[in-house]
Design a protein around this ligand. Structure first.
Ligand code: FAD
Ligand code: EPU
Length: 265
């Protein structure tokens, strides 16, 4: 186990966030120790807006045994989803294609029920192991209250590993599906972001609504509404959390949108 003071901007895809004590856990024993005081669990930091002041709690990050996987057995919650998507395809296993291009860890993808219109994390799960109240419990996906970009995990629960629901399929079929998902993501920016900032209101695309309001390119400091996709806020370089909050506020003054991101603290 490693404990260090870090800046969370180095652990979020937006590149924003102040100081915290980072606990990198590698074994189950580590996890027991790390959770003895108030904590937060960090995945790949791709759906997080972390304040410039940082967070007072310990921030736990999964590595070691939590970053190992066997596609036909248990998959650690600290494994990167893009790696699994590619590896499953290589092994002729179908079920993760719809998650192509989502820069999450498995645990963060479960928590957010990450997905695209081609599929969501919940559909690819057979079982989920969650650590809470000092013990490891196994859940079926139907017990976890999955919905559009949401789940109901037990309070303080940390996903530690999952079993995936994958099916052997011809390679060409898997590749074709991946190409389709890839094409649907072509309009998304490559700059530093945390994916879509807002959830889509039923039957609408938040990105299109923001676009139609003429808000693309709206800028506070180095935080800007992407010119490519209205629902992405990009960090042009030195954006602060304060800049991003102000930008979110200006968008929400125009449109009643619900945030998809998690905000820390
Ligand atoms: P983090 O951002 O680190 O954390 C998010 C939440 O999950 C926090 O509450 C955190 O505490 C919790 N969490 C993390 N790990 C665990 C764990 N092991 N156990 C319990 N809780 C945990 N999302 C989509 O749904 N679809 C997309 O198409 C998509 N495209 C994206 C494209 C880009 C370029 C980017 C930057 C983001 C995109 N996202 C997308 C958003 C993001 O990738 C997802 O929300 C993802 O699920 C976040 O996972 P993470 O591991 O980065 O979690
Ligand atoms: N559109 C515009 N202007 C924009 C953005 C979009 O006119 O600025 C139009 C597009 O042309 C398209 C429609 O709106 O006709 C829908 O856009 P898109 O296909 O990009 O889908 P989306 O609803 O904006 C959702 C998810 C993305 C996911 C894509 C691909 C949400 C909030 N967003 O975006 O997920 O990658 O579909 O399936 O559900 C995320 O959640 O972080 C995320 C990136």
């Amino acid at each position: 186990m490693r404990v260090e003071r870090v800046l969370l901007k180095d652990y979020t895809t937006l590149g924003i966030g102040g100081p915290a004590e980072l606990w990198t856990v590698e074994t189950r024993e580590d996890l027991l120790r790390a959770t003895e005081a108030p904590y937060r669990i960090l995945g790949n930091g791709s759906n997080l807006l972390v304040m410039d002041e940082g967070v007072p709690e310990r921030v736990i990050r999964l590595d070691g045994e939590f970053a190992t996987y066997d596609l036909k057995g248990w998959v650690g919650a600290g494994v990167l989803l893009p790696l699994l998507v590619q590896e499953a395809a290589r092994q002729g296993l179908s079920g993760l294609e719809g998650l192509l291009g989502i820069p999450a860890q498995v645990g963060g993808a479960v928590k957010m029920n990450a997905g695209t219109r081609f599929g969501e994390m919940a559909e690819a799960l057979e079982a989920v192991e969650i650590f809470h109240e000092g013990r490891f419990h196994i859940y079926l996906p139907e017990e976890l209250g999955f919905g559009y970009r949401q789940s109901r995990l037990p309070q303080g629960g940390i996903v530690t590993r999952v079993r995936l629901r994958l099916q052997e399929r011809p390679l060409e079929e898997i590749r074709r599906r991946m190409a389709e998902v890839d094409a649907a993501r072509k309009g998304q920016p490559k700059r530093k972001s945390a994916g879509c900032a807002f959830k889509n209101p039923p039957g609408h695309s938040a990105g299109r609504l923001i676009d139609e309001r003429g808000l693309k390119g709206l800028r506070v400091g180095d935080a800007m509404v992407s010119l490519e996709h209205g629902n992405f806020i990009v960090n042009l370089g030195q954006a602060s959390a304060k800049d991003v909050l102000e930008l979110l506020k200006r968008i929400q003054e125009e449109l009643p949108l619900e945030l998809e991101w998690e905000v820390w603290p």
